[in-house]
Each structure stands twice: as structure tokens, then as C-alpha cells.
Design a protein around this ligand. Structure first.
Ligand SMILES: C[S@@+](CC[C@H](N)C(=O)[O-])C[C@H]1O[C@@H](n2cnc3c(N)ncnc32)[C@H](O)[C@@H]1O
Length: 258
């Protein structure tokens, strides 16, 4: 497989359900509800679905979801989560083990009304094959939802941690060592928009994700419900407000056919 995520997989799994994961997932879920309403039921492909947080949320809302991932362990986690769902939701989900860089070999062209790819492109030194596949599989009136590491804010984490050498390097480099110990690649928004435009896709909206909570420790727990609700309200507001969204560590883009 063409990415290095596997080296950090155990750490990724340990952090699921912790504060940083919950904030990230909840913000993406909320924006997806806006751009992909519950009705009509759509055909959704989640590329690099992992444990299935967003795929499951979409299936619970009535969509027919295909999850594709290279990790047998994460697909097993997803299968275990599915087992706890009612039969009608289970029936709407299909899981495929496969490579995100070879989507066109796995699925028919234009076969999905929505293609999600969250937290995956950063693990590809060259994202072009993944983007090619996404564009090829998208139906004419479909939408794409991407969650990527924001290259414009790469100096924030090391800078706020007082790691000046890494912060200095981050101004000119799009590679970084992430919180699960993997060397990954961030995207510059303008370059990613141009790459999408080259595939006939126009970005209609973009949001910053985890503006305030990115610096929390990886094992920080989720606070009690009222505190979490207040935190999410601030995150949501910052995520669609300049200049805050521009320094978010993650950017959530929604694109469709130009
Ligand atoms: C950071 S996790 C994100 C999981 C999920 N999309 C989410 O947002 O919660 C990255 C996912 O990409 C998957 N992945 C990495 N390289 C891949 C590849 N070449 N083909 C398919 N999946 C890949 C990993 O197995 C993992 O599930």
C-alpha cells in the first residue's frame, strides 16, 4: 500500500473517543449534515474509512455507504461497531479492503453521489492517484468531502510547544511528524483547490477543524456534556470565521463538479 499510516495505527486507535478525535469527528459530521442532507438517500463512498465514524453516521442518516480501507484491523473495528447497529443500518453498509490509490480498479466510474476522504491524503507523498480516483468515481451531481492537514498552519503546533527549530522549518516545508508518530504531508489550500479544479471539481466551502483543541494532549478526555457543547459551539464558529479557520490544523473542504 502506498502510505505510511500503518506505523501510527496503534496510536490512532488508542486516541479514538478522546477529546481531539471527538471534536474532529463532530465538526465534520455537522458540516456533512449541511452538505449531504438525510434525504434523499445517497450512495456514499468513504475512502480510508478506518473505524467507520463518518461512514456509520452517514448510514444512520439513511445513506448507502461503502467503506474502503487498507487496514484489516480498522475494518475489523468498523465491523464490530456495525454489529451493534440495527439490521437496517447494517444492511446499508458495505466494507471493502483496498488501496485508496487504486479506487478506479475497485469501483465503477461515477458510481457515488458523495465521496468522503477524511484524514487520508496526508499519508500520501503524492495525492494525485487518490484524487484521480475520487474524481472518477463521483457522479455528475455528487459532492466530495476532504479533510486534510493545513500546510498554512504547520508552525502552530511546534510554535505553541516552544519547539522553535521545528516551527522555523515548518514555514517552508509541507512534511511534518504528526501526533501518532508518522511523517505526513500537509496541503496548501490554494494548491489543493487547483488540483481539484484540474479534475473538474470546484471547492464550494471550507472549514477549519480543531482551532482551539488541537493542542490538547492526545489522551485528553471528553469533558462533561455542557462543557463539550460550549467547546464545540466555539470550534464550529471559529471553523467558519476568518482568520481563525486559516490557522486550523485541519481543513474540511466540500467540492462538487464545476
Ligand atoms: C487517520 S485515519 C482516518 C480514518 C477515518 N477516515 C476518520 O477520519 O476517522 C487514516 C485511514 O486511512 C487509511 N489508509 C491509509 N493508507 C491507505 C491506503 N493506501 N488505502 C486505503 N486506506 C488507507 C488507514 O488505514 C486509516 O483507516
Amino acid at each position: 500500500m502506498a502510505s505510511d499510516f500503518a506505523a501510527g495505527e496503534a496510536q490512532w486507535r488508542e486516541r479514538l473517543g478522546r477529546l481531539r478525535d471527538v471534536v474532529r469527528q463532530e465538526l465534520v459530521t455537522r458540516r456533512l449534515r449541511d452538505h449531504l442532507p438525510d434525504r434523499p438517500s445517497r450512495r456514499v463512498l468513504d475512502v480510508g474509512c478506518g473505524q467507520g465514524t463518518q461512514a456509520l453516521a452517514a448510514a444512520r442518516r439513511g445513506h448507502h455507504v461503502t467503506g474502503v480501507d487498507s487496514s484489516p484491523v480498522l475494518l475489523e473495528d468498523f465491523t464490530a461497531a456495525l454489529a451493534a447497529e440495527p439490521p437496517e443500518i447494517r444492511a446499508r453498509v458495505r466494507l471493502v479492503q483496498g488501496d485508496a490509490a487504486r479506487l478506479a480498479e475497485l469501483f465503477a466510474p461515477a458510481g457515488f453521489d458523495a465521496v468522503l476522504c477524511h484524514g487520508v491524503l496526508m499519508y500520501f507523498a503524492d495525492p494525485a492517484p487518490v484524487l484521480d480516483g475520487i474524481a472518477a468515481l463521483l457522479a455528475p451531481d455528487g459532492i466530495v468531502s476532504l479533510l486534510v492537514r493545513n500546510a498554512e498552519s504547520l508552525a502552530m503546533r511546534p510554535g505553541l510547544a516552544g519547539d522553535w527549530a521545528t516551527a522555523q522549518r515548518a514555514f517552508g516545508d509541507v512534511t511534518y511528524r504528526n501526533r501518532i508518530g508518522v511523517t505526513a504531508r500537509a496541503d496548501r489550500l490554494g494548491e489543493l483547490m487547483a488540483a481539484l479544479a484540474g479534475r473538474g471539481l470546484a471547492v464550494r466551502a471550507w472549514y477549519g477543524v480543531r482551532v482551539f483543541t488541537d493542542h490538547a494532549p492526545g489522551d485528553a478526555p471528553v469533558p462533561e456534556p455542557a462543557e463539550l457543547a460550549a467547546l464545540l459551539a466555539c470550534e464550529e464558529r471559529a471553523g467558519c470565521t476568518d482568520p481563525y479557520r486559516g490557522v486550523a490544523p485541519l481543513v474540511h473542504l466540500i467540492a462538487d463538479r464545476d
